[in-house]
Design a protein around this ligand. Structure first.
Ligand code: GAL
Length: 722
């Protein structure tokens, strides 16, 4: 008796401890229906917000708005190149403060999907890889290559350890419920064959071995090995099934809009089509979807990839670049989320029964054992409405739409019926005054004198600059005999400059001759123009400009940029090939070397007083002005429509590259008149792709612009508006 009661007591004590430790150590697993958090299958609604694309001051507000919009999860990539700018030197400050970002999500009460990559694509410079990685001996990116795998593992481990130290995984009580390794590696892997497959298996094993206690995913990776879940990315994912029947159906990138490229149009995705795609995924049994992007933000500094990705990464997302709610996208999706959440119990506890309601109409019904019932009624016809009978009731379904009935009776939401007005952003001039303009010339004529880099022939740009600057000068000289007949008024010679990308400005004897630009489709370009040569020694200076490093494409790390060939045409002996002669190089501009952009300026530089109306003789100039911080708390933007191409800093912070290049191509109407439209439509043709440049800095009286004024004949003015 005695013994018995003692052992019972012990048992009780142990049980409480066990339950207690279960409560502390939360867990995340999955089954074929859903991600399971603390024993509960969940329908998870997620949105991408990339921490370096906004400022820490904005994070709480953005995440709060995401929560109000019905999201459960914030999804972000981890951006290796901002965290490890040189090997072993780390930066997790300011916009790069990953831990602060995740803790902000936790404080607001949402989960995190941490997509470590470390390859991220994301229209981000070099797909997130640090440029130095490319110069590690023997390296080959994203394949079964020792040096690459060592570096990738090192960074992944570092991030995982950092998260563990801060107890940020759900298994430790933190908000991270999922992690991603690699990114859309499937197509790459197929191209590589055995090496690709071996690398996939290695990456999965390496990640799982880190023991985070939460599941790993690989997106667009059909052969993701167990226990890693393969997931879908795309405008639509209703066709998708995971590679094993015991894995849940997850959609890691439901594209809410699209990114923009300098010279291209602005894309929009109608919210009706987006909501339809999401509802279609959920009715098929999908249990997590993530909007890529929920807030796109800004590619500050030189973080944009591409090349040619714009500074704005607005993406037509539900929260716009300025952090403002975009209607009807935000509100309509919020309604959709509410309707889906009302169905959650039925969705996670049963499989749909699909019945036909007509040629183009279907019902998906989820009924759980305990009586919960949810139905999705779909009309797939792209432009005819339908009246369907379901459970003896009539339902009207607009074309290309799904109605959600959380109790199998009441139509609480239809993807095509939008009850929100379109929000319009109004740019208003601020009350701030410009106090003065000063300018500083990049002196093209004195180039090369101090150059330390010389070579016989033309160097590849990125391996020369290591991307420390967008700019690389190629300088050479050519002797012209006084007997050349063009000097006596015959046909002038011309110069041909071939470039592998991305843009080139040509100067002869200090005079600007012209420019050529590649495009996102063809990075290379050729300049052909008159060569204003004289008898004696002539100086040829070519300014090659990178506009963001590639972020996607088979072995993009091997793609070249810079000048590849230079020819003079129309001389007495015909063509003169300058390609293989001696060239001198200067990495970056003088103003960069002197750090003109530092918040407190450089006193040794003679800035010239300028006025807005003064026309400058030089094409390549730095412009500086002070202004009073505008009053109010509204987001601010610079109107750079009167500028050319360059970069802009405020208080030492680069707010990005600007370029008033016009959007080419044909635009399609974005009016969604209740009928199916392609997933994205295009706006802004014939206008500069990006006119407004967002900044949210706690600004203090200082602005500096490096401007290569090409299109505006030097005269410029600047407006800023909020
Ligand atoms: C996906 C990629 C993302 C992003 C997106 C387009 O394929 O995974 O990182 O680049 O395309 O915005």
């Amino acid at each position: 008796m005695e013994t018995n009661s003692v052992s019972k007591l012990l048992l009780l004590v142990f049980t409480v401890l066990f339950v207690g430790s279960e409560l502390i150590h939360c867990s995340v697993t999955y089954d074929r229906k859903a991600i399971i958090i603390n024993g509960q299958r969940r329908i998870l609604i997620s949105g991408s917000i990339h921490y370096p694309r906004s400022t820490p001051e904005m994070w709480e507000d953005l995440i709060g708005k995401a929560k109000d919009g019905g999201l459960d999860v914030i999804d972000t990539y981890v951006f290796w190149n901002v965290h490890e700018p040189s090997p072993g030197n780390y930066n997790f400050e300011g916009r790069y403060d990953l831990v602060r970002f995740i803790k902000t999500v936790q404080r607001v009460g949402l989960y995190v999907h941490l997509r470590i990559g470390p390859y991220v694509c994301a229209e981000w410079n070099f797909g997130g890889f640090p440029v130095w990685l490319n110069y590690v001996p023997g390296i080959s990116f994203r394949t079964d290559n020792g040096p690459f795998k060592a570096a990738m593992q090192g960074f992944t481990q570092k991030i995982v350890q950092m998260m563990k130290n801060e107890k940020l995984f759900q298994s430790q009580g933190g908000p991270i419920i999922l992690s991603q390794i690699e990114n859309e590696y499937g197509p790459e892997s197929r191209q590589l064959g055995a090496d690709g497959h071996a690398y996939t298996n290695w990456a999965a094993k390496m990640a799982v071995g880190l023991g985070t206690g939460v599941p790993w995913v690989m997106c667009k990776q059909d052969d993701a090995p167990d226990p890693v879940i393969n997931t879908c990315n795309g405008f639509y994912c209703d066709y998708f099934s995971p590679n094993k029947p015991y894995k849940p159906n997850l959609w890691t990138e439901s594209w809410s809009g699209w990114f923009t490229e300098f010279g291209g149009p602005i894309y929009q995705r109608p919210v009706q089509d987006l909501a339809f795609a999401v509802a279609r995924f959920v009715q098929k049994g999908g249990s997590l979807f993530n909007y890529y992007m929920y807030h796109g933000g800004t590619n500050f500094g030189r973080s944009a990839g591409g090349p040619f990705i714009t500074t704005s990464y607005d993406y037509d997302a539900p929260i716009d670049e300025y952090g403002l709610i975009r209607e009807p996208k935000y509100g309509h999706l919020k309604d959709l989320h509410k309707a889906i959440k009302q169905c959650e119990h039925a969705l996670v506890s049963s499989d749909p029964t699909v019945t036909s309601l007509g040629t183009y109409e279907q019902a998906h019904v989820f009924s759980s054992k305990n009586g919960a019932c949810a139905a999705f009624l779909a009309n797939y016809h792209s432009n005819s409405a339908a009246r369907v009978k379901f459970n003896n009731r009539n339902y009207d379904l607009p074309p290309w739409s799904i109605s959600i009935l959380p109790d199998c009776r009441t139509d609480v939401f239809n993807t095509a019926r939008v009850r929100f007005q379109t929000s319009q952003i109004q740019m208003l001039p601020s009350n701030s005054r410009l106090l003065s303009w000063e300018t500083y010339d990049e002196d093209v004529s004195s180039l090369a004198e101090s150059s330390k880099i010389t070579a016989s022939g033309l160097l590849e740009q990125i391996s020369t600059t290591r991307d420390t600057s967008d700019y690389l000068w190629y300088i050479t000289s050519v002797d012209i005999s006084s007997s050349e007949s063009f000097l006596r008024g015959r046909n002038k010679p011309s110069i041909t400059v071939h470039s592998a990308g991305h843009a080139v400005h040509v100067f002869i004897n200090g005079q600007f001759s012209g420019s050529a630009f590649g495009t996102s489709k063809d990075r290379s370009c050729t300049f052909n123009g008159p060569a204003n040569l004289r008898a004696g020694t002539n100086k040829i200076a070519l300014l090659s400009v990178a506009v963001g490093l590639p972020n996607v494409g088979f072995h993009f790390e091997t793609w070249k940029a810079g000048i590849t060939g230079v020819l003079l045409n129309g001389l007495d002996h015909g063509q003169k090939d300058l390609t293989w002669q001696k060239w001198s190089y200067q990495i970056g501009l003088r103003g960069e070397a002197m750090n003109l952009v530092a918040p407190n300026g450089v006193s040794s530089v003679d800035w010239e007083k300028d006025s807005l109306a003064v026309r400058s003789q030089s094409q390549l100039k730095w412009h500086k002005a002070y202004f009073n911080a505008p009053e109010g708390v509204e987001p601010l933007a610079l109107d750079l429509s009167s500028m050319g191409k360059g970069q802009v800093w405020i208080n030492g912070q680069s707010i990005g590259r600007y370029w008033m290049v016009y959007a080419k191509g044909s635009c399609s109407s974005c009016n969604y008149a209740g009928t199916y439209r392609p997933a994205k439509c295009q706006l802004g043709c014939g206008q500069p792709t990006q006119r407004w440049y967002y900044f949210s800095i706690q600004l203090q009286h200082y602005i500096l612009i490096l401007s290569k004024i090409l299109f505006l004949n030097i005269f410029f003015h600047i407006n800023w508006c909020f």
